[in-house]
Design a protein around this ligand. Structure first.
Ligand SMILES: [Zn+2]
Length: 311
């Protein structure tokens, strides 16, 4: 797939620009089995001299083959577009479920390899989508740093002579309890290496997170000193960072609103008892996801919680 990807992208852009190739020309016509929401059919395809690969020709018609070479089965790109949107709102709707949906629609018996074939095609489709997206972002001069500067327009878009706000950015961080990974020492069998990596700039790698691994312990040492001497509190931390909002230093409505949030957090914290947590951390190599969102709900960054909990 990787080798033919540049040509598939070209074919995909041509498909979006000009629509599917007319396959009524009887010369050089050949047929491939197609499974889609309409059922199972044998679709005619016309080979053009410019097409060096079967899949390139299929993409020009609006289809992708179930294998990179020697294609015997193809799926409509429209089906993959529909599945992508269904999966976004319902992640439990898997490719296995889609394959059963398709066989039911087509009144077919169980096709054991269909889910695997869909998976191959869907990976290729996502790769095309991603590479097209990267090209668009590149053409518009947007790199990873652009994303970070524009992740939340209400907070980060500044106009000339804008009055600075007391808090220029409000966000919150929290973790979840899903997406755990059981440590390999508690599992039987052999570890299978996962070569997948994310392409999202929102996702922080363990190495990026580890830079701050000693920060909480250091800050706790400093804050215990500050607590001994309440007059020494300053808005700047020793490392130059701005301190977190201190509920005791706010007044009136601001403090009330923040206090309500804190109460909720404390309740939730109590609900997951310390004993339960201790056991959990021994069992899981990754105990969940930690995520930062802005006030408007835009996800800013997230990372795996590896061998740790909220600090
Ligand atoms: Zn926002």
């Amino acid at each position: 797939w990787q080798e033919q990807m540049p040509r598939l992208i070209e074919a995909y852009l041509a498909l979006k620009r000009n629509g599917p190739v007319d396959s009524t020309d009887e010369r050089d016509m050949w047929h491939i089995e197609v499974i889609g929401l309409e059922g199972i059919t044998t679709h005619p395809f016309v080979h053009s001299d410019n097409d060096s690969r079967t899949n390139e020709m299929l993409v020009r018609h609006g289809y992708i083959g179930a294998s990179p070479e020697k294609v015997l089965l193809a799926f409509p790109i429209a089906l993959l577009e529909v599945y992508r949107q269904i999966h976004r709102v319902c992640p439990r709707y898997s490719l296995g479920t889609l394959s059963r949906t398709l066989t039911n629609l087509a009144h077919l018996g169980i096709r054991h390899r269909l889910a695997e074939q869909l998976s191959t095609v869907y990976d290729a489709y996502l790769e095309i989508m991603w590479r097209v997206d990267v090209s668009v972002q590149c053409a518009m001069g947007r790199e990873a740093s652009w994303y970070m500067q524009n992740v939340c327009a209400p907070f980060l878009y500044k106009t000339r002579n804008e009055t600075p706000l007391k808090f220029s950015w409000l966000g919150c961080m929290d973790r979840n309890n899903s997406l755990k990974l059981v440590d390999s020492t508690f599992r039987t069998g052999t570890i299978r290496l996962d070569s997948h990596s994310t392409v999202s700039s929102r996702w922080l790698s363990p190495e990026q997170v580890d830079i701050f691994k000693d920060e909480v312990a250091e800050a706790q040492k400093v804050s215990s000193k500050i607590n001994d001497d309440p007059d020494s509190y300053d808005d700047l931390q020793p490392n130059g960072d701005v301190a977190w909002l201190n509920v005791n230093k706010l007044s009136g409505a601001e403090a009330d609103e923040l206090a309500k949030c804190l109460d909720t957090c404390v309740e939730w914290w109590k609900a997951a008892g310390p004993e339960a947590r201790k056991k959990m951390f021994a069992l899981f190599a990754i105990s969940g996801i930690f995520l930062t969102v802005c006030r408007h709900g835009h996800v800013v960054v997230m990372c795996d919680m590896i061998r740790s909990s909220e600090l």
